[in-house]
Design a binder for this molecule. Structure first.
Ligand SMILES: O=C(O)c1ccccc1NCC(=O)[C@H](O)[C@H](O)COP(=O)(O)O
Length: 196
């Protein structure tokens, strides 16, 4: 089970995620987010992450030139786009040597509407809100590996993995003590629960 911990902002919580065995750590560059991080601060955190752990910059509806500039400043390996961005944004990122994740709400996902080669993260309608969605909201999940997000917590992640059958999970609010503030103990509990 691939595990991503998103919205990290401090060395202690990055270290907790890496030491717990997370496969990816995320940094949010979407304006207005309670988890927004300055790219220079993110670069210091990225420098702590060992090779082999993916570093993901999260964006929503921003111009691709801005996305690429912030991704370069932070030094992330991957971008995750939440704004229904056109295919050419993903192509530009790939040309720049970045890996990509397309994030889409369960309400908007249709298998026919998505290229099989896109790495998908299926989320609740409002990203980073801690809201879950039900299996009936995603009647036909992606046919290839995909990440489940939206309201996952240490105490529900195992059941939601069993219900949806994703190949990976992504968490943010569910490992926070207050909005935007990650808790190392909850991060450890989440990674362990996701690998039941
Ligand atoms: O986290 C945010 O504030 C955010 C803002 C704008 C776009 C995306 C955002 N987060 C994306 C994530 O990867 C979250 O981990 C994902 O939506 C799950 O969030 P949560 O339900 O809080 O676990």
């Amino acid at each position: 089970m691939f595990v991503k911990v998103c919205g990290l902002r401090t060395p202690e919580t990055v270290d907790a995620a890496v030491e717990a065995g997370a496969d990816a750590v995320g940094f949010v560059f979407a304006p207005g987010s309670v988890r927004l991080i300055d790219p220079a601060v993110a670069a210091e955190l990225v420098a702590r992450v060992p090779r082999g752990v993916e570093t993901v910059g999260v964006f929503r509806g921003q111009p691709i030139d801005e996305v690429l500039r912030l991704a370069r400043q932070a030094g992330v390996s991957t971008i995750q786009l939440h704004g229904d961005e056109p295919a050419d944004h993903f192509a530009r990122a790939t040309e720049s040597g970045l890996r990509t994740i397309r994030a889409i709400s369960a309400a908007r996902f249709t298998a026919a509407g998505h290229a099989g080669d896109e790495r998908l993260l299926i989320d609740a309608t409002v990203p980073g809100s801690g809201t879950t969605f039900a299996p009936e909201d995603l009647p036909v999940p992606p046919s290839v590996g995909w990440l489940l997000a939206g309201g996952l917590r240490p105490d529900n992640v195992a059941a939601l993995i069993a219900a949806f059958g994703p190949s990976g999970v992504d968490v943010s609010s569910g490992v926070e003590s207050t909005p935007g503030v990650k808790d190392p103990e909850l991060i450890r509990a989440f990674v362990s629960a996701a690998r039941f």
